[in-house]
Write a protein that binds this ligand. Structure first.
Ligand code: NAD
Length: 311
């Protein structure tokens, strides 16, 4: 889509993510001047999936921009569970690393839950641990890290001046990494939430109630214009590769929303690509900075304790 053709009601995820990254970069520069240290993010990638490689490269590029040191470990697809756990533990112990990310999905012979549970809670910048998700669900509690994609959705709404409190939000999808945590975060913002999923009987009429729609289904163009109330705000999390013979690659990315038709009814809508995707990476930068700030705070406390002991 050319610059000129952009609809007026578009939420520009690229632009907002750039603002977020600029803020992170500024803060990191400030902390570097004070402490002569920078944050570090470790990414572990298993196998050679092209989509995983693309995501990891996007993350590395963002790290370079904001001033986070990237550590990367590429492992063969037949790596054992024990070897993988050993690497996660090494990173847990490494003081230069403030965030650890295991790129998903992992090969079938690896127990994903077990691997993720090995990441130190203070370095779980993806925010996927049951501890973090539990705190997202609880009133008055904040997790150590908000999960990146749901956090990105909330930031898109807030930075587009969308009032969330008191609004009807319908979330389509209940996965542990998107649908469920984004519902908790909307509840924290005082929205009235409804979660639809594969067993929901009448999605169309449920979605029709929504002031805010979050689509995280993984089905191309799933949300239809007839389901959408005039003026609703739509966040499309889906990333689906579909055939497109007009493209050199023969494929293109589309979201979970029938964008061309839905955009006529929405007051605001995110495109795919260029919506939630860039925000996920930006929020990973925010989380890594948060992990770094916490480690500086605990170093400071240790120093103060030692001084007290000396006196
Ligand atoms: P998932 O497959 O884990 O979950 C899909 C959810 O959709 C499930 O809860 C299921 O109940 C629901 N669902 C499936 N079929 C349905 C139907 N017919 N009607 C209603 N609900 C249905 O997927 P996920 O990991 O949550 O990802 C969802 C989409 O978001 C995918 O396209 C994925 O690529 C994308 N995604 C994007 C980002 C990003 O940064 N933009 C991050 C994560 C995932």
């Amino acid at each position: 889509m050319s610059q000129k053709e952009k609809p007026k009601n578009l939420i520009d995820g690229r632009k907002i993510s750039r603002q977020v990254k600029e803020e992170v970069k500024e803060k990191i520069e400030e902390l570097k001047k004070l402490h002569d240290k920078s944050p570090g993010l470790a990414v572990i990638i298993v196998g050679d999936r092209p989509d995983s490689r693309t995501y990891v490269n996007m993350k590395k590029k963002a790290c370079a921009f904001v001033g986070i040191k990237s550590f990367e470990r590429k492992l063969e697809v037949d790596v054992t569970q024990e070897e993988l756990i050993k690497i996660v533990r090494e990173y847990n112990e490494n003081p230069e690393i403030n965030g650890i990310l295991v790129q998903l999905p992992l090969p079938k012979h690896i127990d994903e839950e077990e691997i993720l549970s090995q990441i130190s809670l203070t370095k779980d910048v993806d925010g996927f641990s049951p501890y973090n998700i539990g705190k997202c669900a609880m009133k008055g509690r904040d997790p150590l890290f908000f999960p990146c994609t749901p956090y990105g959705c909330i930031q898109l709404l807030k930075r587009s001046n969308v009032e969330i409190s008191g609004k009807e939000a319908v979330i389509i999808g209940r996965s542990n990494i998107v649908g469920l945590p984004v519902s908790f975060l909307l509840l924290k913002e005082n929205a009235t939430i409804t979660i639809c999923h594969s067993r929901t009987k009448d999605i169309a009429s449920t979605v029709k109630r929504a002031d805010i729609i979050i689509a995280a289904v993984g089905i191309p163009k799933f949300v239809k214009a007839e389901w959408v109330k005039e003026g609703a705000v739509i966040i499309d999390v889906g990333i689906n590769s579909v055939e497109d013979k007009t493209r050199k690659s023969g494929r293109r990315l589309v979201g979970d929303v029938d964008f061309e038709n839905v955009k006529e009814k929405a007051s605001l809508i995110t495109p795919v690509p260029g919506g939630v995707g860039p925000m996920t990476v930006a929020m990973l930068m925010v989380n890594t900075l948060r992990g770094f700030e916490r480690s500086l705070e605990s170093e400071q406390k240790e120093k103060e304790n030692e001084k007290e002991k000396e006196n």
